[in-house]
Design a protein around this ligand. Structure first.
Ligand SMILES: [Zn+2]
Length: 268
Protein backbone atom coordinates (compact mmCIF):
# COMPACT_ATOMS: atom_id res chain seq x y z
CA UNK A 1 0.00 0.00 0.00
CA UNK A 2 1.46 3.29 -1.08
CA UNK A 3 1.47 5.60 1.84
CA UNK A 4 2.32 9.23 2.31
CA UNK A 5 5.91 9.62 3.39
CA UNK A 6 6.67 5.91 2.90
CA UNK A 7 10.00 6.81 1.47
CA UNK A 8 10.92 10.16 3.03
CA UNK A 9 14.56 9.34 2.72
CA UNK A 10 15.33 12.13 5.10
CA UNK A 11 13.34 10.42 7.81
CA UNK A 12 11.34 13.59 8.30
CA UNK A 13 7.83 13.29 9.73
CA UNK A 14 5.10 15.05 7.76
CA UNK A 15 3.33 17.68 9.75
CA UNK A 16 5.85 17.72 12.56
CA UNK A 17 9.32 18.94 13.31
CA UNK A 18 12.34 16.84 12.64
CA UNK A 19 13.45 14.83 15.69
CA UNK A 20 16.74 16.70 15.75
CA UNK A 21 14.89 20.01 16.09
CA UNK A 22 13.04 18.89 19.17
CA UNK A 23 16.20 17.59 20.77
CA UNK A 24 18.00 20.90 20.25
CA UNK A 25 15.76 23.63 21.52
CA UNK A 26 18.26 26.33 20.59
CA UNK A 27 17.90 25.56 16.87
CA UNK A 28 15.65 28.10 15.13
CA UNK A 29 12.40 26.43 14.02
CA UNK A 30 12.40 28.07 10.63
CA UNK A 31 14.17 27.60 7.32
CA UNK A 32 14.79 24.39 5.42
CA UNK A 33 14.42 21.60 6.56
CA UNK A 34 12.56 22.75 9.68
CA UNK A 35 9.74 24.48 7.85
CA UNK A 36 7.21 21.66 7.32
CA UNK A 37 4.30 23.77 6.06
CA UNK A 38 4.54 22.49 2.47
CA UNK A 39 4.91 18.88 3.61
CA UNK A 40 1.80 19.29 5.76
CA UNK A 41 -0.11 20.91 2.87
CA UNK A 42 0.80 18.02 0.57
CA UNK A 43 -0.21 15.49 3.20
CA UNK A 44 -3.57 17.19 3.66
CA UNK A 45 -4.12 17.29 -0.10
CA UNK A 46 -3.35 13.58 -0.51
CA UNK A 47 -5.49 12.57 2.45
CA UNK A 48 -8.42 14.53 1.03
CA UNK A 49 -7.91 13.24 -2.52
CA UNK A 50 -7.64 9.58 -1.56
CA UNK A 51 -9.96 9.75 1.46
CA UNK A 52 -7.20 8.18 3.55
CA UNK A 53 -6.95 5.15 1.21
CA UNK A 54 -4.28 5.85 -1.42
CA UNK A 55 -3.99 3.32 -4.25
CA UNK A 56 -0.82 1.27 -4.57
CA UNK A 57 1.97 2.66 -6.73
CA UNK A 58 0.65 6.17 -7.23
CA UNK A 59 1.79 7.79 -10.50
CA UNK A 60 1.98 11.57 -10.37
CA UNK A 61 2.63 14.21 -13.00
CA UNK A 62 4.02 17.53 -11.74
CA UNK A 63 3.69 20.43 -14.17
CA UNK A 64 6.88 22.46 -13.84
CA UNK A 65 6.79 26.12 -14.93
CA UNK A 66 10.20 27.12 -13.64
CA UNK A 67 8.73 29.33 -10.91
CA UNK A 68 9.30 28.84 -7.20
CA UNK A 69 5.89 27.27 -6.54
CA UNK A 70 6.19 24.38 -8.99
CA UNK A 71 9.88 23.76 -8.22
CA UNK A 72 9.06 23.57 -4.51
CA UNK A 73 6.12 21.29 -5.29
CA UNK A 74 8.30 18.88 -7.26
CA UNK A 75 10.93 18.83 -4.51
CA UNK A 76 8.31 18.22 -1.82
CA UNK A 77 6.57 15.42 -3.74
CA UNK A 78 9.91 13.69 -4.34
CA UNK A 79 10.94 14.05 -0.71
CA UNK A 80 7.67 13.31 1.02
CA UNK A 81 6.06 10.56 -1.08
CA UNK A 82 6.93 7.33 -2.83
CA UNK A 83 4.94 8.29 -5.95
CA UNK A 84 6.39 7.51 -9.36
CA UNK A 85 6.90 11.10 -10.52
CA UNK A 86 6.95 12.53 -14.03
CA UNK A 87 7.76 16.25 -14.28
CA UNK A 88 6.84 18.22 -17.40
CA UNK A 89 7.78 21.73 -18.54
CA UNK A 90 6.02 23.67 -21.29
CA UNK A 91 8.15 26.25 -23.02
CA UNK A 92 5.57 29.00 -23.46
CA UNK A 93 6.63 31.36 -26.24
CA UNK A 94 4.38 34.43 -26.26
CA UNK A 95 4.27 38.19 -25.72
CA UNK A 96 5.46 37.89 -22.11
CA UNK A 97 8.94 36.90 -23.25
CA UNK A 98 9.63 34.74 -20.20
CA UNK A 99 10.31 31.42 -21.94
CA UNK A 100 14.11 31.72 -22.05
CA UNK A 101 14.55 32.60 -18.39
CA UNK A 102 12.01 29.99 -17.34
CA UNK A 103 13.77 27.31 -19.37
CA UNK A 104 17.08 28.27 -17.79
CA UNK A 105 15.46 28.13 -14.36
CA UNK A 106 14.03 24.66 -15.06
CA UNK A 107 17.41 23.41 -16.31
CA UNK A 108 19.16 24.65 -13.15
CA UNK A 109 16.45 23.25 -10.88
CA UNK A 110 16.52 19.86 -12.61
CA UNK A 111 20.29 19.72 -12.30
CA UNK A 112 20.03 20.26 -8.54
CA UNK A 113 17.05 17.94 -8.01
CA UNK A 114 18.62 15.10 -10.00
CA UNK A 115 21.71 15.35 -7.85
CA UNK A 116 20.05 15.64 -4.45
CA UNK A 117 16.62 13.96 -4.72
CA UNK A 118 15.39 10.54 -5.81
CA UNK A 119 14.95 9.64 -9.52
CA UNK A 120 11.99 10.83 -11.60
CA UNK A 121 11.04 11.09 -15.27
CA UNK A 122 11.02 14.35 -17.18
CA UNK A 123 9.73 15.62 -20.50
CA UNK A 124 9.04 19.00 -22.08
CA UNK A 125 6.98 20.50 -24.87
CA UNK A 126 6.68 23.89 -26.55
CA UNK A 127 3.80 26.23 -27.26
CA UNK A 128 4.58 29.13 -29.57
CA UNK A 129 1.71 31.58 -29.87
CA UNK A 130 2.82 35.09 -30.75
CA UNK A 131 -0.61 36.48 -31.47
CA UNK A 132 -2.00 39.22 -29.25
CA UNK A 133 -1.88 38.30 -25.58
CA UNK A 134 -1.46 34.59 -26.20
CA UNK A 135 -5.12 33.56 -26.35
CA UNK A 136 -5.68 32.33 -22.79
CA UNK A 137 -4.23 31.55 -19.40
CA UNK A 138 -1.16 29.48 -18.63
CA UNK A 139 -3.43 27.27 -16.53
CA UNK A 140 -5.54 26.35 -19.59
CA UNK A 141 -2.43 25.45 -21.55
CA UNK A 142 -0.94 23.54 -18.65
CA UNK A 143 -4.00 21.33 -18.22
CA UNK A 144 -4.49 20.89 -21.97
CA UNK A 145 -0.92 19.64 -22.13
CA UNK A 146 -1.37 17.54 -18.99
CA UNK A 147 -4.19 15.41 -20.41
CA UNK A 148 -2.26 14.88 -23.63
CA UNK A 149 0.74 13.88 -21.54
CA UNK A 150 -1.40 11.41 -19.56
CA UNK A 151 -2.43 9.79 -22.85
CA UNK A 152 1.12 9.80 -24.18
CA UNK A 153 2.30 8.05 -21.02
CA UNK A 154 -0.22 5.25 -21.43
CA UNK A 155 -3.07 6.60 -19.33
CA UNK A 156 -2.24 5.09 -15.96
CA UNK A 157 -1.76 8.38 -14.15
CA UNK A 158 -3.37 8.96 -10.76
CA UNK A 159 -2.58 12.62 -10.07
CA UNK A 160 -1.74 15.73 -12.03
CA UNK A 161 -0.29 18.43 -9.79
CA UNK A 162 0.13 22.10 -10.56
CA UNK A 163 1.82 24.72 -8.40
CA UNK A 164 -1.11 27.12 -8.19
CA UNK A 165 -2.02 28.62 -4.85
CA UNK A 166 -5.30 30.49 -5.13
CA UNK A 167 -6.32 31.10 -8.73
CA UNK A 168 -9.70 32.83 -9.16
CA UNK A 169 -12.75 30.60 -9.53
CA UNK A 170 -13.23 31.39 -13.23
CA UNK A 171 -9.63 30.38 -13.97
CA UNK A 172 -9.99 27.12 -12.05
CA UNK A 173 -13.27 26.38 -13.81
CA UNK A 174 -11.74 26.94 -17.24
CA UNK A 175 -8.78 24.76 -16.32
CA UNK A 176 -11.02 21.99 -15.02
CA UNK A 177 -13.19 22.10 -18.14
CA UNK A 178 -10.14 21.84 -20.41
CA UNK A 179 -8.68 19.02 -18.32
CA UNK A 180 -11.87 16.97 -18.11
CA UNK A 181 -12.58 17.37 -21.81
CA UNK A 182 -9.45 15.36 -22.53
CA UNK A 183 -10.82 12.30 -20.73
CA UNK A 184 -14.37 12.14 -22.13
CA UNK A 185 -13.59 8.94 -24.02
CA UNK A 186 -11.16 7.54 -21.49
CA UNK A 187 -11.97 4.85 -18.93
CA UNK A 188 -9.70 6.38 -16.38
CA UNK A 189 -9.25 10.00 -15.38
CA UNK A 190 -6.56 11.24 -13.01
CA UNK A 191 -7.30 13.81 -10.35
CA UNK A 192 -5.99 17.33 -10.91
CA UNK A 193 -4.85 18.76 -7.58
CA UNK A 194 -2.99 21.90 -6.51
CA UNK A 195 -1.57 21.10 -3.05
CA UNK A 196 -0.35 24.63 -2.34
CA UNK A 197 -3.93 25.69 -1.72
CA UNK A 198 -3.70 23.74 1.55
CA UNK A 199 -1.04 26.07 2.92
CA UNK A 200 -2.76 27.61 5.91
CA UNK A 201 -0.68 30.77 6.28
CA UNK A 202 -1.29 34.31 5.02
CA UNK A 203 0.25 35.43 1.73
CA UNK A 204 3.79 36.53 2.63
CA UNK A 205 4.22 33.67 5.09
CA UNK A 206 2.79 31.32 2.44
CA UNK A 207 5.47 32.31 -0.05
CA UNK A 208 8.07 32.04 2.69
CA UNK A 209 6.85 28.53 3.55
CA UNK A 210 7.16 27.57 -0.11
CA UNK A 211 10.67 29.05 -0.34
CA UNK A 212 11.76 27.19 2.78
CA UNK A 213 10.29 23.83 1.75
CA UNK A 214 13.37 23.21 -0.38
CA UNK A 215 17.07 23.97 0.08
CA UNK A 216 17.94 27.64 -0.50
CA UNK A 217 20.23 26.71 -3.39
CA UNK A 218 17.28 25.08 -5.16
CA UNK A 219 14.87 27.91 -4.31
CA UNK A 220 17.32 30.37 -5.86
CA UNK A 221 17.13 28.55 -9.22
CA UNK A 222 13.50 29.66 -9.56
CA UNK A 223 12.45 32.53 -11.80
CA UNK A 224 9.61 34.57 -10.34
CA UNK A 225 9.31 37.83 -12.27
CA UNK A 226 6.32 38.12 -14.61
CA UNK A 227 7.83 40.99 -16.62
CA UNK A 228 11.58 40.48 -17.00
CA UNK A 229 13.69 43.41 -18.18
CA UNK A 230 16.34 42.81 -20.83
CA UNK A 231 19.60 44.70 -20.26
CA UNK A 232 22.72 43.97 -22.32
CA UNK A 233 21.19 40.65 -23.45
CA UNK A 234 20.57 39.64 -19.84
CA UNK A 235 17.19 39.05 -18.25
CA UNK A 236 16.70 40.85 -14.96
CA UNK A 237 13.73 40.85 -12.54
CA UNK A 238 11.63 44.00 -12.95
CA UNK A 239 11.40 44.53 -9.18
CA UNK A 240 7.89 45.94 -9.62
CA UNK A 241 5.52 43.05 -10.36
CA UNK A 242 3.63 41.14 -7.67
CA UNK A 243 6.02 38.15 -7.85
CA UNK A 244 9.11 40.38 -7.56
CA UNK A 245 7.65 42.21 -4.55
CA UNK A 246 6.90 38.88 -2.85
CA UNK A 247 10.48 37.72 -3.34
CA UNK A 248 11.86 41.03 -2.03
CA UNK A 249 9.70 40.64 1.09
CA UNK A 250 10.86 37.03 1.60
CA UNK A 251 14.50 38.13 1.40
CA UNK A 252 13.82 40.95 3.86
CA UNK A 253 12.22 38.61 6.39
CA UNK A 254 15.00 36.04 6.06
CA UNK A 255 17.69 38.69 6.43
CA UNK A 256 15.95 39.94 9.58
CA UNK A 257 16.00 36.47 11.04
CA UNK A 258 19.69 36.09 10.39
CA UNK A 259 20.31 39.37 12.14
CA UNK A 260 18.17 38.20 15.06
CA UNK A 261 19.96 34.84 15.25
CA UNK A 262 18.22 32.03 17.11
CA UNK A 263 15.89 34.57 18.66
CA UNK A 264 14.30 35.40 15.31
CA UNK A 265 10.67 34.58 15.02
CA UNK A 266 8.23 33.64 12.30
CA UNK A 267 6.26 36.57 10.96
CA UNK A 268 2.51 36.36 11.51
ZN1 LIG B 1 8.96 41.37 -11.74
Amino acid sequence: MAKFNDIAKSGAKPGGREPETEARAETPAFGYPHNRAMAAALQKCLEKTFAGRPPANVRTIVMLSGGLDSIALLGTVLKETNHAVHAHHIEIVNFENRCKVEKRSVANALKYIRKHYRPFDYSESRSEFNVGKGGGTDLQLSLFTAFRLCTALGGNIDLVMTGHITPPFWELSEGAAVFHAGFIHKRRKPEWVWPLKFLASAHVQKKLDIYESIPEELAETAWSCRKPVVKKSKFLPCGQCFACKSMIEIKRIRAGRTDAGAGGRRPG
